[in-house]
Design a protein around this ligand. Structure first.
Ligand SMILES: N[C@@H](CCC(=O)N[C@@H](CS)C(=O)NCC(=O)O)C(=O)O
Length: 209
C-alpha cells in the first residue's frame, strides 16, 4: 500500500506556512508544497481553494486522509501524531511559557499585519503605518517576556513551537514591514542564533520555490 502524499498548501513568504513547513522538516515528514500566491494572484480567494480552506488563507495541510487548517491546530496534530522530536516542553509551566510567546505572535501580531487586510485600507501608507505600529508593539511585548526567561531558544534550551512562530514573524517584521530589532536586544540575539539553525536555513523563504 502506498502512503498518501502529505501536501502543504502554503506561500513561501507566509509566516503561518513557515511554522508548519519547519515542523514537517523537523519531524522528518516528507511532503509536497503546493504554492498558493496570496499576494499577486490572490489564489486563496478562489472557490477551488475555499473548498480546501474555508478561511481562504494559508496554510492547509493534507495528511492522514484529512485536510487540516489553522497553523496551530496543524502543529498540535503533528505533535500528537508524530511526537519526535518533541516541540512542546513537558512541564506545565514550560508549556504555558511557550504558549505565551505563540499567542503573542499568532493572535496579537500576525492578524494585524496580514497581507489580506491591506485591501481594506484606503492607502498603502495607512496600511503600513497600522501594521508597523501593531507589529512593533508585539515585538516590544516579546522582548519583555523573552528577556526574562529565554535561553538558547524562546523557552530555555529546548526548541519549541514558540521558536517556530518567532522566526517567521521576525522575518516579516524586518523585511516586509521594514522594522528594525535595534531596540530589542533579546529578540535580535535569538533571531541571529535561530537563523543559523539548519531547520530555519532549510525552510527559509529564500530557499523555497
Ligand atoms: N490563524 C491562521 C492565519 C492564517 C493567515 O492569516 N494566513 C495568511 C498568510 S500568513 C494569509 O493567508 N493571508 C492572505 C489573506 O488573508 O487573504 C493560521 O494560523 O493558520
Amino acid at each position: 500500500m502506498t502512503a498518501e502524499k502529505v501536501i502543504l498548501y502554503g506561500y513561501k513568504f507566509s509566516s503561518c506556512s513557515w511554522r508548519v513547513r519547519a515542523a514537517l522538516h523537523l519531524k522528518g515528514i516528507s511532503f509536497e508544497e503546493r504554492p498558493v500566491d496570496i499576494v499577486r494572484n490572490l489564489g486563496q480567494l478562489s472557490e477551488e481553494y475555499r473548498a480546501i480552506n474555508p478561511a481562504q488563507k494559508v496554510p492547509a495541510l493534507v495528511i492522514d486522509g484529512e485536510t487540516l487548517v489553522e497553523s496551530m491546530a496543524i502543529l498540535q496534530y503533528l505533535e500528537d501524531t508524530r511526537p519526535e522530536p518533541k516541540l512542546t516542553p513537558s512541564s506545565p509551566l514550560g508549556k504555558a511559557r511557550m504558549l505565551e510567546i505563540c499567542e503573542t505572535i499568532v493572535s496579537g501580531i500576525q492578524p494585524l499585519q496580514n497581507s489580506g487586510i491591506k485591501r481594506h485600507f484606503e492607502t498603502e501608507e495607512q496600511y503600513n503605518k497600522f501594521t508597523q505600529h501593531w507589529c512593533d508593539r508585539g515585538l516590544r511585548t516579546l522582548e519583555d517576556l523573552l528577556s526574562k526567561r529565554s535561553g538558547r531558544y524562546c523557552v530555555g534550551d529546548q526548541l519549541t513551537l514558540a521558536d517556530l512562530c518567532l522566526v517567521p514573524q521576525l522575518f516579516n517584521a524586518t523585511t516586509r514591514l521594514q522594522l528594525t530589532l535595534d531596540k530589542y536586544p533579546t529578540l535580535s540575539n535569538l533571531y541571529e542564533i535561530l537563523l543559523e539553525e539548519n531547520i530555519f536555513k532549510q525552510t527559509h523563504p529564500k530557499n523555497i520555490k
